[in-house]
Design a protein around this ligand. Structure first.
Ligand code: FUC
Length: 779
């Protein structure tokens, strides 16, 4: 036997033994998905497709990023402002509980707000599933399928299912096009004419299916707007291309008979910002029908790889043989060090999910990214502004996917007008504010309960994401574009801060530290307070940024001077409590739940850069103690956040411990607020339920372990765990200042690196513990 023949034999034998010659960037399984959370997420930033790989029946969940119930509303309570003095007085008198009651009565949004997180049928609305496509197969035999595999290749953004029945190999290949904006499924049988199946579309509610006059299957409907029922309209259209056999369009279905190859094309759209969406759906479909499948696939891969291929990562020699992804996860928890390719897969999966769930000109990824199976999605799958939507964007800059933050910038700009009304209605303040949740309809009002709804750091926190894009790109036109947003957010805080008589500091009032409650000296619990640490940190950071921006742009000297003045009166970025932790509130309250999932008072450490081990060494022990008391467990996003904090503290092994915790496999889908976060078999993050922030947060965490650049210099390998130090290589990571980094390491030492930028410039770097200034190479 020659080498070629041995290779061919191994290729046949290894899968039979349960091993696959691994594609390092592939998720793969030997069974169909047993639950939706195991299906494979495909997306092109607008359309989502989740095939379950079923043998007799395949169900594919369809999504469209703009499909929201609800409608624009004005939920501002314009009388709220008249209660502000009274609320503030109660807080000054330590009557937090009474203040909270008054807020609940007079200072929340009007109407149903988020509908307690079940807002599909109220004006707030919910991001909803577009529909389910089912393929029902008739194999004309009772024999069972053998040699089953399904996979998702991150290098091509193509998924596949394959199995054999009675000597006939059936293959299905799926992608959501980065070429033509449609979804594609190609089905083949290895013997002639063996494909017999029916295609159907449905939705849990509000749908009609019929056969179009143009040989198609069409599903249309209109969602509830929360008032008169006539909300957003949508359409899904499916056509089939067959090389042989028959495609019959009848009975609100497509029936495929005796075909050898079939391509299903799915086009879909909504009337969100496109009144002519039906003709857009047709145009896309017609254009796609003109192309050969292989050409379509080639274009798709080419366009996708323009983003995906910007970064390559290798954390050591991957294992030669790998298990199916679900088994590999369990093996990793038992003995993680031997599979350094799984963290790479997870990191690249995070990048894949970003590329797949958002697109320029559309919307940012919501709580489930783009992938939802319900009409009433968990928490409406909205944009939570007290960590979740921000976390969805934390990985992007270092991961060289900078432009994917722009949809968040657009969403932020779009909510400013309502945020200005909210600022006036509740605080009689200048500028704009957003509280804890928003949606595609511009919601900025407080939520419907004081306990979580009056966090007012939402707008400021969004500005942190917007600013970080500037830091990484140096794009002056972008700075000019976001400046009014930042300025308006700063004006709001500037005009509503009040003096705390005990400390003399300027603070917000009323507010909450996101979702957390504390005990008053008399034992009562309350959420509402003055000046929670997160507000102080966000305001400090925002004022600093607005001052820098106004100088760069040569604008608003007076405002800048006023902000400078107020900056001096803000609480310091971190105050240590008598028991040695960072204080979460202005007063040394005891938290009701010491292990609460939110860790908002460490905002200044991450995503902020107010606190670094270099500039505030005196706070490091207090931060560590804060994290120890909070504990390592939590919802997946909370674990990811803790991973980021430890990475910023440059403790690679501890960050890695948290990373391993995220990779705990679960099947649980019940809403969880406590310990128990992990991932599903398809590596999507499980709060539970599925919530994508854990994926993006942990992806950002790996980025922070490899490179940090927020402290005035670029540090290579700042927080590496022992498990990754032996050898590795990364290419294409980005650092603040628009630098691109390539590096190689061995036995704990960087042995080769390149810092590239559009033009050569001086840059400070820390490499192997040594801080130095070098000149970057021209890209
Ligand atoms: C906040 C978090 C929850 C969940 C929800 C979507 O309420 O505290 O854990 O992530 O957002």
């Amino acid at each position: 036997m020659n080498i070629k023949q041995i290779k061919a034999l191994l290729f046949i034998l290894l899968p039979l033994l349960g091993y696959s010659q691994s594609n390092p960037l592939e998720l793969w399984y030997t069974k169909p998905a047993a639950q939706w959370e195991e299906t494979l997420p495909l997306g092109n930033g607008r359309l989502g497709l989740m095939p379950d790989g079923g043998i007799a029946t395949e169900k594919l969940v369809l999504n469209e990023i703009t499909l929201w119930s609800g409608s624009p509303q004005d939920a501002n309570n314009y009388k709220a402002y008249s209660f502000l003095p009274q609320i503030r007085e109660l807080l000054l008198a330590n009557k937090n509980k009474e203040a909270q009651k008054l807020i609940d009565e007079n200072f929340i949004c009007k109407g149903a707000g988020s509908g307690s997180g079940n807002g599909a049928d109220v004006p707030f609305g919910a991001y909803q599933v577009l529909g389910d496509m089912t393929l029902n197969f008739d194999y004309k035999t009772k024999s069972k399928a053998q040699n089953y595999t399904r996979n998702l290749d991150l290098q091509t953004a193509v998924a596949a299912t394959q199995f054999t029945i009675d000597g006939v190999t059936y293959k299905r290949e799926y992608f959501t096009g980065f070429g033509d904006d449609a979804s594609f499924i190609r089905l083949t049988s290895s013997k002639k004419g063996k494909l017999n199946f029916t295609v159907q579309l449905r939705r849990p509610e509000r749908f009609k299916t019929e056969n179009g006059t143009d040989n198609s299957l069409v599903m249309t409907g209109q969602l509830n707007n929360g008032t008169d029922g006539k909300g957003m309209k949508y359409e899904v259209k499916v056509k089939a291309q067959t090389t042989d056999g028959n495609a019959v369009y009848a009975n609100s279905a497509i029936e495929i008979k005796n075909a050898t190859e079939v391509v299903l094309l799915i086009s879909a759209g909504t009337d969100y910002k496109d009144k002519n969406f039906e003709s857009s759906v047709d145009k896309i479909l017609e254009a796609a029908m003109q192309k050969k499948y292989q050409d379509q696939k080639k274009k798709h891969i080419e366009n996708y790889q323009k983003l995906f291929n910007r970064v390559t990562l290798n954390l050591g020699k991957p294992a030669q043989k790998t298990l199916p992804t679900n088994e590999r996860l369990d093996a990793f928890i038992k003995q993680s060090d031997s599979d350094t390719a799984l963290p790479v897969l997870f990191y690249q999966y995070g990048r894949y999910l970003s590329i797949s769930s958002t697109r320029l000109g559309l919307l940012p990824p919501n709580l489930q990214g783009l992938w939802a199976k319900d009409v009433q999605t968990p928490w409406n799958s909205d944009y939570h502004l007290d960590v979740n939507v921000q976390m969805n964007h934390w990985a992007l800059e270092t991961a060289n996917l900078s432009e994917l933050i722009l949809p968040l910038k657009d969403l932020t700009k779009a909510i400013v007008p309502n945020g200005e009304k909210t600022a006036k209605a509740y605080y009689n303040a200048d500028g704009w504010v957003a509280h804890v949740i928003t949606n595609v309809w511009g919601f900025t009002e407080p939520g419907e309960s004081a306990s979580w709804g009056i966090t007012k750091s939402g707008s400021g926190w969004l500005c942190n994401n917007l600013w970080s894009h500037y830091l990484y790109t140096n794009d002056q036109a972008y700075l000019a574009e976001i400046y009014p947003v930042l300025k308006g957010a700063a004006q709001f805080y500037k005009s509503m801060l009040v003096k705390d008589p005990e400390t003399g500091w300027l603070v917000t009032s009323p507010s909450v530290s996101p979702e957390n409650s504390f005990l008053l000296p008399n034992g009562d619990a309350s959420h509402v307070c003055m000046g929670p640490t997160i507000d102080n940190q966000i305001i400090r950071e925002l004022f600093n940024n607005v001052i820098i921006a106004s100088k760069k742009l040569g604008l608003d000297n007076d405002l800048s001077a006023e902000l400078e003045k107020q900056l001096k009166l803000l609480p310091p970025p971190g105050v240590v409590s008598p028991d040695g932790r960072i204080m979460e509130w202005l007063k040394d309250y005891k938290e009701e739940d010491p292990q609460h999932r939110h860790i908002s008072h460490l905002y200044g450490l991450y995503p902020g850069s107010l606190i670094t081990p270099e500039n505030k060494p005196e706070l490091v022990d207090a931060i560590k103690k804060t994290l120890e008391v909070r504990g390592d467990d939590g919802t997946s996003w909370s674990i990811a956040y803790k991973m980021l904090f430890w990475a910023r503290l440059k403790d690679g092994n501890r960050a890695y411990k948290l990373f391993k915790t995220i990779l705990r496999q679960t099947h649980d889908t019940n809403i969880n607020y406590g310990p128990g976060g992990g991932v599903y078999a398809n590596l999507l993050s499980a709060g539970p339920p599925f919530q994508i922030d854990g994926n993006f947060g942990a992806t950002a965490g790996i980025g922070e372990m490899l490179i940090q650049s927020h402290a005035g210099f670029i540090e290579l390998l700042p927080a590496m765990p022992d498990a990754w130090l032996k050898e590795g290589e990364v290419k294409g990571l980005k650092a603040e200042g628009n630098f691109t980094i390539n590096m190689k390491w061995k036995n704990g030492k960087v042995i080769q690196y390149e810092i590239l930028s559009p033009s050569s410039e001086k840059v400070k770097i820390k490499v192997n513990g040594e801080l130095k200034e070098i000149t970057s190479s021209k890209l």
